[in-house]
Design a protein around this ligand. Structure first.
Ligand SMILES: [Zn+2]
Ligand SMILES: [Zn+2]
Length: 303
């Protein structure tokens, strides 16, 4: 899997940072978390294609998080898309998508399935699920936790050979979960597989104050992407507008025991936002300030 940070700015775009959008490429599909204005253009500047987006998760209905959706849907249709698109978001998402596909003179050439989620609900897919968490912002807002299902352990050819299984079709049978018979004995797949490999967990905060429900849901995450709109000297404003300081984002990651932390939703007041990374690193040494078009390969953390 890889994360592509398409827009890492908060509230207003700047020449360096577009508004919120983060793509998660998982195999052939792309999951898009938020879709601020200009996201389709950010895709074009990246190595990912917006035509491969299969699922969109909107955190809340401040413009910097969803106003790119109508344009992206129209461009998908204009580019000949026929594959369906799924859109998830807080209550109100159905109306917004309905407006997006009826505004302007265009006929949408593909189906859009919309599902409104509340905190505590989850959407299940092939191999993973996405949980919605009710966050602490000035309007109803969701965070999202993607949890992969555990994968079977790795096949151990050395162990199979020890048990008398010869390389070839029997190996393939065992790898596909079938038992094989060797002489008078039965060799079960479980006897030649390593321990199950835990699936990955990736958490997206959206806009929020530090939030206990999110810490709980993101516990043990391989990666947390957390908003860090401003620095600690502006903590009063952060609280007033329902945002987190970089230090608070780092505290969330530390409490959740996360493997990695990427900071986004950076206020347009910073020409140089390294102060945010520095203060986060005092609490969570591996914190990284995300920038537009940054790509991160996500690997399993050491457990
Ligand atoms: Zn925002
Ligand atoms: Zn907001």
């Amino acid at each position: 899997m890889r994360l592509v940070f398409l827009g890492t700015g908060g509230s207003l775009p700047t020449p360096e940072r577009n508004v919120s959008a983060t793509a998660l490429q998982r195999g052939a599909e792309i999951l898009l978390f938020d879709c601020g204005e200009g996201t389709q253009r950010q895709f074009m500047a990246s190595s990912a294609s917006f035509m491969k987006v299969q699922k969109v998760f909107i955190t809340h209905f401040h413009g910097d998080h969803f106003l790119g959706l109508p344009g992206m849907i129209q461009s998908m249709s204009f580019s000949g898309r026929t594959a369906p698109l799924s859109v998830f978001g807080p209550p109100g998402m159905v109306d917004i998508v309905r407006i997006a596909v009826t505004m302007g003179h265009f006929g949408c050439g593909f189906d859009i399935q919309v599902r409104e989620l509340r905190g505590g609900q989850a959407a299940e897919f092939d191999g993973y699920e996405v949980h919605a968490v009710g966050m602490d912002h000035i309007v109803p807002a969701l965070g999202y936790i993607l949890k992969e299902k555990d994968r079977p352990g790795r096949f151990r050819p050395d162990r199979a050979k020890e048990l008398g299984v010869r390389e070839g079709p029997f190996f393939r049978k065992l790898q596909s979960g079938e038992a094989v018979r060797v002489g008078g004995a039965v060799v079960e797949p479980g006897m030649v597989m390593g321990p199950p490999r835990p699936g990955m967990k990736i958490a997206f905060s959206g806009d929020t104050r530090p939030c206990d429900a999110f810490i709980e849901a993101a516990r043990g995450a391989d990666v947390i992407v957390h908003e860090a709109t401003i620095d600690t000297s502006l903590r009063v404003q952060a609280a007033e507008f329902g945002h987190s300081t970089a230090r608070e984002a780092a505290e969330v990651a530390a409490k959740a025991g996360a493997g990695a932390l990427y900071l986004n939703h950076i206020s347009n007041r910073y020409e140089d936002a390294s102060v945010l990374e520095a203060e986060a690193r005092e609490v969570f040494p591996k914190a990284v300030l995300a920038h537009d078009l940054m790509v991160v390969q996500i690997r399993h953390r050491e457990r």
